[in-house]
Write a protein that binds this ligand. Sequence first.
Ligand code: 2YJ
Length: 276
Amino acid sequence: MTRLKTSDISHINRSLASYDQALIGQTGRSMFGIACHAAGTDEQAARAKTDGFTVRVIPVTSGLGVISRFSETVCAILAFLGFDASVSKQTDVAGLALAFEEGAAAVMMADDRRFVGINLKNRTVADNTVLTGRVFVSALSLMAGGLENKPVLVMGCGPVGESSARRLLDLGARPCLYDIRPDTARALHRVLAPLPGGDTVRVETELSRALSAIPFIVEATPAADTIPDHRLTDQVRIAAPGVPSGVSHTGARMIGARLIHDKLELGTAAMAVSLL
Ligand code: 2YJ
């Protein structure tokens, strides 16, 4: 699992409005709207609930410790979406206790293994890994005009890849699983096979063959430059929740608006909306 660095997130606060506009151009929906699509929630109904929904972001010092600007950036994303968000004045256990004592509706906090939101009233847990896969597939579906019956290449069959593949099945797509370790892809295939639509899931062991045949891609690996630039044809559309991005800087320039990648925004938005 990739630990975020301050340099990964330091631009986010000042570019939220422009990123939102870019997403609208790419998908027809804003960050909030894509998060609602992922949650299966009506956008207007969700909007009506954000104001006054207090989310306390709690810095966590355990393990490798606080990432400078992490809590502030999560808070900025939530505030941008209309939530009543603040960074806790206290860290760790004291911060959690304070959130309960002060009647917060939800908390968000991350250690080195999990980034979660917890609704303190109804005990719902929103896990960033799960919601990130789900929201990036929703964004890809919007960008592609729907994915029903379409093959979609899932690169990386770890937890984000699994969540992506599950969401693809929900949307009626046909996931094609690729992992640098074929056994990992086969293990995920066994998990997905019994689910509705699971008979459409395939395992691909040759990446170049898959990339030449399938234009819709979820890049969910923790490795850089996994998709060679020469595979980025005019048909390709990529949702890339993996950190770092599997598309090179040159490749990202080549495909422009047909790539959706960020390191924190969409996943955090999907977590927040799912807590409403
Ligand atoms: O509170 C803080 O500033 C830190 N404890 C934040 C730690 C953030 N954690 C990570 O970046 C981990 N890799 C977990 C992220 C899970 C994303 N799916």
